[in-house]
Design a protein. Sequence first.
Length: 144
Amino acid sequence: MSATPAAWVAALEADAPDVVACWRAFDWSLSGLKSLRREVHARVHDGDAPRILAQQEAVGDALEAILRDLPQRSLRAPGGEEDWNVAQAFAHTTAARRFLSTWAALDADGGWPEHRPPVVSPSVPGRPDATRDELLVLLDKSRR
């Protein structure tokens, strides 16, 4: 996450403080992954699932609001990661919401697999021509 968060991230922090703190702790380095794991361990304890779920719903609501307000042509604009457009980056975000939360739950529960643990696979974009409706379906799947 950049040093200066986008306005929507700053606004989201009130409803999803743990999620935003984890975003801020993480980067694509080994030390960033370790920092993220420390942040998750510090913030997630037995009985916290309803609180974390509510925060994830707040993130989903923010993503949905942004997607619905975005002009259709903006889905084909540069997406800020590699050479992806906005649609590809948004689809990737919905996949991350599905998989990273599962990994965090495994880690917090002490169930992190020592043999062949999950690995972060950056650079897996969504479809470049995904429509707003398709992206909303992917976002809905990330809420389950």
